[in-house]
Write a protein that binds this ligand. Structure first.
Ligand code: BGC
Length: 762
């Protein structure tokens, strides 16, 4: 037998060894540099590094930073966030490097959540693309633009799993599923950080909010989370870990209490899990004034809670200045150790080192880049493409969509002419006046081909004080002071002159996001009454839904022939909605969070447990079964669901073998055929059920997906490889292992409509 190793393998091995050697040399250099610097630093200088101030351009708390200039000069600041004006950044950096003894540069952060100035769909919408390449590229573009304005750290990706659409921040994450959420977390980190953080167009990612913020009780903002360890490890932790495995340089601790200890002071979470179990080597930042809030949680005064936080592993103190004002005393009194302070300081200095700031503190301050790289034509065209992929077609009776590019369209609704709402929540750097409204976008794209009539039809909300709360941060929607009946009459008259009505209804952008929890998830009643009046005209009505969360759409689903969920699509949302409505783009988004029938069903998610008394399939109410008297258990739209202008037919599932052993694998395949008349994209989803376990297991778990494109009449065989890794879970002892036994595999275009087969693992 020829034992010679092929030359390309030798080369590959050489390249891997070389890359590893390079990394460890760079790390060695970093450690030596930071060791040297720490030796020169006084206690005050070290504590100063732990202080993160806000530049106040976007604030999410009632406390704002003061005396910034003096504090920088005194070496009392390690970084600034929410400051994105290049001149201000340069000035602050000059103060730090020209006026402090050791000339340590500042780090500059910002909530660059779904784009910087070129805005992409809100993260929940973006996740509905199920396209990892696309998602990574949105983060790449965001990093290019943010760094062109001088920023080098983003507080993103937000990877909190949420199964509670009452929680307003469900809009900021990737929905309910840990497998999909993990892939997205890793893609975003890669996009922001690139291959080399030392480049001036890559920025530090921050995995947030660690942890379990999406599971706050009753969906009420900042509320408590109490959860079993197996559930944490199996269902909520994976995306955080995936982001860390992908190399995220920083992590943000969450506001919430976890089983009796808020994350900010939770040593088990920040040290045992994050650092010891997962090997995280980067820096942990608190959330906004989260250390101070530990007092309200009932853990002691500011000195007490600051000591708790630093000992738990929180390195940088956002806004609250608890570290700055108390750590010195705590050290003298023996409440914290020098080791705690040195650890935190070291990790912050290392983050700066990785960015190359010690070589050149102004590396990110190249004003020329901003002119060409921000809001470029290329970025805007990409944003339009991404938005078009994020929309989810929920209903399309009798192929009402796509619309013909002719005749008259009546565009009606409080969300039809508000550009400032298009970028969606958490778009703090978006240029709101440059984002076209749906009306403007339609006019731009359609020109004279289609006559567009317009009426507002209803206010966003009947209650003006509620509307004020729902239109903050410049996202105003002017109120019409006429009586409701007059507005509806005008809308109906407009509809009567048209061939088709497009009703732009739903939530304003600030009805989701931070501190925007809701208990009623219907379309606001005043808008529903408008919709009813429009339907009564007998004209075909298309509902273009703006939403930052799953809404309860039972009535709409029963009455409206076509529903396109457009989320909040970003800078080019209006053009992209027009592309989809008029057929230039075939919708392909698939839901990443279940849409319940009503709020009472929440939390409702596809990967639930079976219970001992499951309802028989296809049944509604059965006495002494796990169900409700007044509504069946089904969602309105299941996880993974989304229609297309074409249809896809799935063959039965073929397995390469009925059994596989440890170390082996089997393949599961289906053939998918486009049976319609237009080309389309389909997200083929693979789910697995472990039929017998040492603990109870979910009825289905997503374990793979592939997004394919099919021309009309075309078929493709889609194959998934199933191996031991796909069967692993954390058991009651938190051992991560696959258990031998029988499994079911399901493949389909959503979590409900699937073909199934069975296999055994030995
Ligand atoms: C939010 C974080 C955000 C921070 C800084 C907080 O209120 O919870 O997500 O990164 O503010 O703006």
């Amino acid at each position: 037998m020829n034992k010679k190793i092929p030359p390309f393998i030798v080369l590959l091995l050489f390249a891997v060894v070389y890359a590893n050697a390079q990394t460890s040399t760079r790390q060695g250099q970093m450690h030596a540099f930071v060791d040297g610097l720490l030796k020169k630093m006084t206690l005050d200088e070290k504590i100063g590094q732990l202080n993160l101030l806000t530049g106040g351009e976007a604030t999410t708390g009632s406390v704002v930073s003061t005396d910034m200039e003096a504090k920088i000069k005194n070496g009392q600041v390690g970084g600034i966030f929410s400051m994105s004006t290049p001149g201000r950044i340069r000035k602050a950096q000059e103060l730090a490097v020209n006026h402090t003894r050791l000339k340590i540069p500042l780090i500059f952060g910002m909530d660059v959540i779904h784009g910087y100035k070129t805005m992409f769909p809100i993260p929940l919408g973006l996740s509905c693309t199920w396209d990892m390449g696309l998602i990574e590229q949105t983060a790449r573009v965001a990093a290019i633009e943010a760094s062109a304005d001088g920023l080098n750290w983003t507080f993103s990706p937000m990877v909190d799993i949420s199964r509670d659409p009452r929680w307003g921040r469900i809009s900021e994450g990737s929905g309910e599923d840990p497998y999909l959420g993990s892939q997205i977390a890793a893609s975003m980190v890669k996009g922001y950080q690139g291959n080399d953080l030392g480049q001036n167009n890559t920025i530090l990612a921050c995995i947030k909010h660690f942890a379990l913020y999406g599971a706050v009780e009753a969906g009420r903002e900042y509320n408590t989370t109490d959860m079993s360890l197996p559930r944490m490890y199996n269902e909520y932790f994976p995306p955080y870990k995936a982001g860390i495995d992908a190399g995220a340089a920083t992590v943000m601790a969450s506001f919430n209490d976890i089983n009796g200890m808020p994350a900010t002071a939770n040593k088990w979470l920040l040290d045992d899990v994050l650092r010891k179990q997962w090997g995280f080597k980067g820096m942990v930042v608190t959330d906004y004034t989260a250390i101070n809030e530990l007092t309200a949680h009932g853990l002691g005064d500011l000195q007490e809670v600051s000591a708790l936080a630093i000992k738990a592993g929180a390195d940088m103190d956002m806004v609250g200045e608890g570290y700055l004002t108390t750590l010195k005393n705590s050290l003298t009194e023996g409440k914290v150790s020098q080791v705690d302070i040195d650890r935190a300081c070291r990790l912050i200095l290392e983050a700066k080192y990785k960015l190359g700031l010690f070589d050149d503190p102004f590396r990110y301050c190249d004003e020329n880049r901003a002119k060409t790289e921000i809001l470029s034509q290329e970025h805007l065209a990409f944003a339009r493409q991404v938005a078009g992929q994020s929309f989810v077609l929920l209903k399309n009776e009798n192929h009402l969509l796509p619309l013909k590019k002719s005749g008259t369209v009546a565009l009606i609704g409080p969300l039809s002419n508000t550009g400032s709402n298009m970028p969606g929540t958490w778009s703090v750097s978006a240029e709101l006046d440059k984002t076209p409204s749906l009306l403007e976008g339609m006019q731009e794209v359609l020109g004279k081909q289609v006559k567009i009539l317009h009426a507002m039809g209803a206010n966003l909300l009947e209650d003006s004080t509620y509307q004020t709360r729902a239109t903050m941060f410049g996202r105003t929607i002017p109120r019409d002071t006429r009586p409701e009946a007059d507005m509806i009459a005008e809308a109906v008259a407009t509809a009567n002159q048209s061939d088709v009505v497009v009703a732009a209804l739903g939530e304003s952008s600030e009805m989701t996001g931070e501190s925007s929890s809701r208990t009623n998830l219907d379309i606001p009643a005043v808008q529903r009454r408008l919709l009813e009046a429009l339907l009564n005209t007998g004209k075909p009505v298309v509902l273009v839904l703006f939403a930052g969360r799953p809404l309860t759409l039972k009535w709409e689903n029963d009455h409206v022939p076509a529903i396109l969920n457009a989320w909040f699509g970003g800078s080019q949302a209006a053009q992209a909605i027009t592309d989809v409505l008029f057929g230039a783009v075939n919708p392909s988004g698939k839901l990443t969070a279940t849409f319940p029938q009503n709020v009472g069903q929440i939390p409702l998610y596809y990967s639930h447990k079976n219970t001992g008394r499951p309802l028989e399939e296809g049944k509604w109410f059965q006495k002494f079964k796990s169900n409700y008297l007044d509504v069946d258990n089904d969602p309105l739209y299941p996880f993974g669901f989304g229609l297309s202008y074409t249809q896809f037919e799935y063959s039965s599932v073929e397995l390469s073998a009925p059994v596989f052993n440890r170390g082996g694998y089997l393949s599961a395949s289906v053939t998918v055929r486009n049976t319609g008349e237009v080309a389309g994209k389909e997200v083929v989803q693979l789910y697995i059920q472990d039929l017998v376990g040492s603990t109870t297991r979910p009825v289905k778990e997503l374990k793979g997906f592939q997004k394919i494109s099919l021309a009309p009449g075309e078929s493709k065989k889609v194959t998934f490889r199933i191996s031991e890794a796909d069967l692993k879970f954390y058991n009651a002892q938190l051992t991560y292992a696959a258990e031998p036994g029988d499994f079911k595999v399901f493949i389909g275009g959503n979590s409900r409509d699937v073909k199934e087969a069975g296999f055994s693992f030995k």
